[in-house]
Design a protein around this ligand. Sequence first.
Ligand SMILES: Nc1ncnc2c1ncn2[C@@H]1O[C@H](COP(=O)(O)OP(=O)(O)OP(=O)(O)O)[C@@H](O)[C@H]1O
Ligand SMILES: [Mg+2]
Length: 156
Amino acid sequence: MPASLRTERVVTTSDARETRALGARLASVAQPGDLLCLLGDLGAGKTQLAKGFAEGLGITDIVSSPTFVLMSEYAGRLPMFHVDLYRLDDAADALAGGLLDERQLEGVALVEWAERLGEALPVARLDVVIDGTGDEPRTIILRSADPAYGRYLDAA
Ligand SMILES: Nc1ncnc2c1ncn2[C@@H]1O[C@H](COP(=O)(O)OP(=O)(O)OP(=O)(O)O)[C@@H](O)[C@H]1O
Ligand SMILES: [Mg+2]
């Protein structure tokens, strides 16, 4: 099916390495201004996917959870902004703090716990929903209402 008609794709991974490899494939089609929302329970694999995405962008720094700094920035083929909103109580705080700002238009933003932003989330985004924890296989749903993000579904 052409990417323009497809809004969802499902990928299964059986270990963290496979989830990182998916992240790297997604990174190969990243463009400036893209927003990826990483959704799933604690320990689902959001940071693993972000690590693989970074590798795919040619980032050699170690990507770890940015929980205590809210956002980490890495330099690769494109700048990567890795955001973790787990400890955020109020979306308004993040927005007031300029979390999603014009600087990100130069790079790609990966946001863990993006659901914390609620209505403030733009429609132009890719949702990556990771289901499963522990040693279980992960079911990873890629979904976007914006046809421009169809390239991620093709690359997955
Ligand atoms: N198929 C898989 N995909 C991803 N991670 C897996 C998989 N199987 C096992 N794991 C393990 O699950 C853990 C996922 O941890 P990770 O930090 O990526 O989760 P997270 O979603 O970022 O959690 P948090 O909400 O706490 O930030 C890792 O220890 C990883 O090795
Ligand atoms: Mg994490």
